[in-house]
Design a protein around this ligand. Structure first.
Ligand SMILES: Nc1nc2c(ncn2[C@@H]2O[C@H](COP(=O)(O)OP(=O)(O)OP(=O)(O)O)[C@@H](O)[C@H]2O)c(=O)[nH]1
Ligand SMILES: [Mg+2]
Length: 411
C-alpha cells in the first residue's frame, strides 16, 4: 500500500455538522483512533487524512473534516477548508447526527450531487434513536444510498464499507486477465463449445468470445471445437495444447477426453477469476460438501432472463445440490438486483456467471456474503463440483484449489 502514490488513491471525504460523529466514524472505519473525538463541538479543525487499505477496494485516503456548520471568523475559515475537501473528494460520506437531516446536510448532499461525486449518507448515533423513516425515504427516492450506523457501538460500519465500495468508480478495481497469464506467445489453446439447444443462434456467447480475444491479445492461437470432436482433435495434434477450456456443461466429458498432462479448466472458472474474488468463489465451492438436508441455499441470478424448461439455475443446479446434500433443501431464487441484505439464513449462495454485471458489482455481493460468513460460489464451479471434476479444473490455479479444500473443511 505504501507504494501507491497518494494521487492515485481514492479519496473519501467525511462531512457533516459539528458533533455528528465524523471523527468517531472515521476511527471506526479504520479501526484506529486517528482523529480526536470529544463531546465538544468543533473538535476537528483542520482536515485529518489517513491512508488505509480498504478491502476489497484497495488503498484509499479518508479525510475527516471540520463541521460544516462552524461559526465565527475561525469557523468560516474551517468551513472553507471543508469545502476544498468537498471539491477534491472522489466519494463523500455525509454524516447525520441526532438532529437528523437539516439544511446543512442538504447543502452538502446537493454540492456532492452537483459535482457528480458519489455519496453515502450515514445516519449516525442509531443507538440513541432510529432515524426518521421519512428522511430515509426522501433520500432513497433520490437514489442516494443511506446507511444507519452507530460509530461508538461499531454497528453498521461494514455496511458503510460496502456502500463505499458500491459507490467507488469502476476504474478503481483492477481487472485480471481472463487467460493471458496462463499462456504465452505461440501457445495453442483449445476451446470446447457445445452447440446445444441453449446455445444462441448463429453466435458464440460472451465468455467464449472474450477468451478468444484474450488469446489473440497474448499472441497465442485458439482452436474451437465441440465436445464430440475434442478427442480426435487432440489425437491429431502434433503437439499438446497449453490449455483446454470448456463449457461447464460438458466438463465431465472434456475432463475424460483430455489427457491428464494437459491443463484444463472451464469458462466459468476463468470468469469467476475475471469477474470476482476467485479464492472466495473456490472456498464457497468447497462448502457444497457441507450441505445437509433442510439447509437453505440462495441461487442468485444477475439478470432477469426468461428461464428455459431445464434452466441451469432453477432446475439443474438445485437438483444436483439436493443429490449432494442427500435430501431436500430449501432453495430461493433471486434475480436481477434483488440480492438480499440479510444473507444469514443461507448455508450457501450460488451466483450465476454474472455476464451482465461488472467485476465491482460482483465483488460487492461477495463482500456482503463474506461479512455475514455465508459461503458463496458460482454456477460453473458448482457444476464442476457436482460432476466430481472441480479439483481437475482448478489444477492450474493452486491457490484456488487450496481455498476449495479449506472451504470443504469449513476453515
Ligand atoms: N451515542 C453516540 N454518540 C456518538 C456516536 N458517534 C459519536 N458520538 C459522540 O458524539 C460526540 C462527537 O463525536 P465526534 O466524532 O468528535 O464528532 P465530529 O463530527 O467529529 O465533531 P467535530 O470534530 O466537532 O465536528 C462524541 O462525544 C462522540 O463520542 C454514536 O454513534 N452514538
Ligand atoms: Mg471531528
Amino acid at each position: 500500500m505504501q507504494d501507491t502514490p497518494k494521487g492515485l488513491r481514492l479519496h473519501i471525504g467525511l462531512f457533516g455538522r459539528r458533533n455528528s460523529g465524523k471523527s468517531t466514524l472515521m476511527n471506526a472505519l479504520i479501526g484506529q483512533p486517528v482523529s480526536i473525538v470529544s463531546p465538544e463541538p468543533g473538535t476537528t479543525t483542520d482536515p485529518v487524512e489517513k491512508t488505509f487499505e480498504l478491502s476489497p477496494i484497495g488503498p484509499v485516503v479518508f479525510i475527516d473534516t471540520a463541521g460544516f456548520d462552524d461559526v465565527g471568523a475561525l469557523g468560516t475559515l474551517r468551513v472553507q477548508r471543508t469545502r476544498d475537501v468537498l471539491e477534491r473528494a472522489d466519494i463523500g460520506v455525509v454524516i447525520v447526527g441526532s438532529e437528523g437531516l437539516g439544511s446543512f446536510e442538504h447543502e452538502l448532499i446537493d454540492a456532492l450531487c452537483e459535482a457528480e461525486t458519489p455519496l453515502v449518507v450515514a445516519f449516525n448515533k442509531a443507538d440513541l434513536g432510529a432515524p426518521s423513516a421519512e428522511q430515509l425515504a426522501t433520500l432513497q427516492s433520490r437514489d442516494i444510498e443511506t446507511v444507519v450506523v452507530s460509530a461508538t457501538q461499531g454497528t453498521g460500519i461494514d455496511r458503510v464499507k460496502e456502500a463505499l465500495f458500491r459507490q467507488a468508480p469502476e476504474t478503481c478495481v483492477d481487472e485480471p486477465r481472463l487467460v493471458g497469464d496462463l499462456i504465452g506467445p505461440g501457445d495453442l489453446v483449445v476451446l470446447v463449445v457445445p452447440i446445444d439447444l441453449g446455445a444462441p443462434k448463429g453466435r458464440l456467447i460472451l465468455p467464449q468470445v472474450q477468451t478468444l480475444r484474450d488469446i489473440l491479445d497474448s499472441d497465442a492461437a485458439g482452436l474451437v471445437v465441440k465436445e464430440r470432436e475434442l478427442a480426435t482433435t487432440l489425437a491429431r495434434m502434433p503437439e499438446a495444447p497449453k490449455l483446454v477450456v470448456c463449457d461447464s456443461q460438458v466438463v465431465l466429458k472434456v475432463a475424460a477426453d483430455t489427457p491428464s498432462a494437459i491443463r484444463m479448466t472451464t469458462f466459468s472458472i476463468l470468469m469467476a477469476r475475471f469477474k470476482g474474488d476467485f479464492l472466495g468463489f473456490a472456498a464457497g465451492a468447497g462448502a457444497i460438501s457441507r450441505l445437509r438436508p433442510s439447509h437453505r441455499v440462495l441461487i442468485a441470478e444477475a439478470c432477469a432472463h426468461h428461464p428455459l424448461a431445464d434452466d441451469i439455475g432453477r432446475v439443474k443446479i438445485p437438483r444436483w445440490l439436493r443429490q449432494y446434500a442427500g435430501g431436500s433443501l430449501e432453495i430461493d431464487v433471486r434475480a436481477g438486483n434483488d440480492f438480499p441484505e440479510d444473507l444469514s439464513p443461507y448455508q450457501l449462495i450460488v451466483q450465476c456467471g454474472g455476464c451482465s454485471v461488472t467485476r465491482k458489482q460482483m465483488l460487492v455481493r461477495q463482500y456482503r456474503a463474506a461479512r455475514q460468513k455465508v459461503p458463496m460460489t458460482n454456477y460453473g464451479m458448482a457444476i464442476s463440483v457436482s460432476q466430481g471434476v472441480i479439483e481437475r479444473a482448478l489444477e492450474c490455479f493452486p491457490a484456488a484449489l487450496d481455498a476449495y479444500r479449506r472451504g470443504m473443511a469449513g476453515d
